[in-house]
Design a protein around this ligand. Structure first.
Ligand code: NAP
Ligand code: MG
Length: 501
């Protein structure tokens, strides 16, 4: 059995972040509250995408390591973790949120170094993480069932119970935030977890693991196993003892996970996948408010957000004015460069492969005959920086309008009226986010009802709150994160029906 193998502990590495903070970075797999060497004998090189330099190497798990982590998570689940007073579990989470808050500048700096995102944005991510852990903890003792009246001869009630060991696979665009959206509700509900961070961005996941240990979360409750998706991710997906898998990433991998999760042991699945979200601007929109919303829609996190407003639809009466003012606004305000230079709004693209994908789509757009309003080029020759890029006068069949680019590239199309605009916005296989810019309340409400999306933002965009559920429809996936809705995924309903004599 895997758990009988002797595990070698691994020392942390001393790192100085680009803004001069010194800390100890754990580099081992985090299993059963120890940082240990991988059985694979392999490591992952972690690169700073703004310099293309290797920051550190971390252990890269094998399938055997995943099996060991699952054994430990199962043992922790079967101990008192899943059955204890939920307020005790909440207390650990509140302590964890406090510790993240105490170290927030360091944690934001690790995020910027690992992911490439602007430090101001990373700070915002960490605030959301702190808030979300507290919101999830607050639900711990409120994940209740209900009583059902079927007449005087019976008592019926339901219990909401944790599902067991949860496998969680997350992407590189919001390494810590995605982790918090997965781990906090799972733990609040009494589950234990085995989480795989994305290979380019394992640093905050391992640092967070050290905080879990520091606040005293029992061994085996949280396990973090960096390693390749095709082996470590696949072992999680197929594992017979894992009862639920949560995935955020591409639609292609999400589809594969749904099939394998079903074939292995019919584990529960939640999928938060890609998008090609429409952001609609109506003739009566207030451009002063609209321009920053459009920017947040597509250039925040360098466009590497699943809900990015990557298709802008503009009503014909305001189209020309919007083109001129959007170009001016971007060129004057959106600086690109080092995440640690605080005048930069946009940092680096997370990895070379994503950078190449984005640059390739920019060429495709030009070949398809779309016109470039601004951008279209990389910035500098070191680090993965891309100038904010806007294509206009596009046609709806172009690949740059249909396919997710996942970068700072947006298309602008013109529409006539609500009906026409909504038809264009909904003409997508995705359904994650959508945006409406209008000063007319009827337009806002009417169009919100018609758009096929998991979230509709009105006069704001990419604006997340820990208490508001997030997720998609169509090929953007299923299941919800945050809010109270997330507990659907992390619990199972037991009905108790008692006959009275
Ligand atoms: P991805 O391949 O879907 O990766 C997401 C996560 O899944 C990573 O942890 C990855 O591990 C893991 N994974 C990969 N193959 C797997 C498999 N066969 N079984 C189980 N897990 C597996 O995404 P990507 O390659 O990083 O990016 C590709 C595209 O996905 C992007 O261009 C973008 O369109 C989309 N994307 C969407 C989101 C989102 O938030 N919805 C986030 C990131 C990317 P490794 O890192 O080890 O490969
Ligand atoms: Mg991939």
């Amino acid at each position: 059995m895997s758990s009988t193998i002797e595990r070698t502990k691994v020392d942390s590495a001393k790192i100085i972040t680009p803004n001069g903070l010194t800390y100890q970075q754990p580099v081992g797999l985090f299993i059963n509250n120890e940082f240990v060497k991988a059985q694979s004998g392999k490591t992952l090189k972690v690169e700073d995408p703004s310099t293309e330099e290797v920051v550190v190497e971390v252990e890269s798990a094998s399938s055997e390591d995943v099996n060991y982590a699952v054994d430990c998570a199962e043992a922790a689940f079967n101990s008192s973790w899943s059955t204890r007073d939920p307020r005790e579990r909440a207390r650990y989470l509140f302590k964890l949120a406090d510790l993240v808050e105490e170290r927030k500048e360091l944690i934001a700096s690790i995020e910027s170094m690992d992911n490439g995102k602007a430090l101001a944005l990373a700070r915002g991510d960490v605030e959301l993480v702190i808030n979300y852990i507290r919101v999830a903890a607050g639900y711990a003792d409120k994940i209740g069932g209900r009583t059902i009246n079927t007449g005087e001869n019976y008592v019926n009630y339901t219990l909401r119970e944790p599902v067991g060991v949860c496998g969680q696979i997350i992407p590189w665009n919001f390494p810590l935030m995605m982790l918090s959206w997965k781990i906090a509700p799972a733990l609040a509900a009494g589950n234990t977890v085995v989480l795989k961070p994305a290979s380019p961005t394992p640093l905050n996941a391992l640092y967070f693991a050290s905080l879990c240990k520091e606040v005293g979360i029992p061994a085996g409750v949280v396990n973090i196993v960096p390693g390749p998706g095709r082996s470590v991710g696949d072992t999680i997906t197929n594992h017979p003892k894992i009862r639920k898998v949560a995935f955020t990433g591409s639609t292609e991998i999400g589809r594969d996970i749904a099939v394998k999760a079903a074939q292995s042991n019919l584990k529960k699945v939640t999928l938060e996948l890609g998008g090609k979200s429409a952001h609609m601007v109506f003739d009566d929109a207030n451009l002063e408010k609209t321009l920053p919303n459009l920017v947040n829609g597509i250039f925040l996190n360098a466009g590497q957000i699943c809900s990015s407003g990557s298709r802008i639809y503009v009503q014909e009466g305001i189209y020309d004015r919007l083109l001129t003012s959007f170009k001016k606004y971007i060129e004057e305000n959106i600086k690109v460069g080092s995440p640690f230079d605080e005048s930069n709004f946009q940092g680096a693209i997370n990895n070379k492969s994503q950078f190449d994908t984005i640059m390739n789509y920019i060429s495709i757009g030009q070949e398809e005959g779309a016109k470039v309003l601004t951008g279209g080029v990389r910035v500098g020759d070191k680090g993965f920086f891309v100038r904010p890029t806007v294509f206009y006068d596009v046609t709806e069949d172009m690949r740059i309008v249909k396919e997710e680019i996942f970068g700072p590239v947006v298309t602008i199309s013109k529409f006539k009226d609500i009906e026409d605009g909504v038809a264009m916005a909904n003409d997508s296989e995705f359904g994650l986010g959508a945006g409406i810019e209008t000063e007319n309340i009827s337009t806002a409400l009417k169009v919100s009802k018609k758009l096929k999306a998991g979230t509709v933002w009105v006069n704001t965009y990419n604006d997340f709150d820990a208490s508001v559920p997030f997720g998609g429809c169509k090929q953007s996936g299923y299941g919800r994160e945050m809010g109270e809705e997330v507990f659907e995924a992390y619990t199972t309903v037991k009905a108790v029906r008692i006959k009275l004599d």
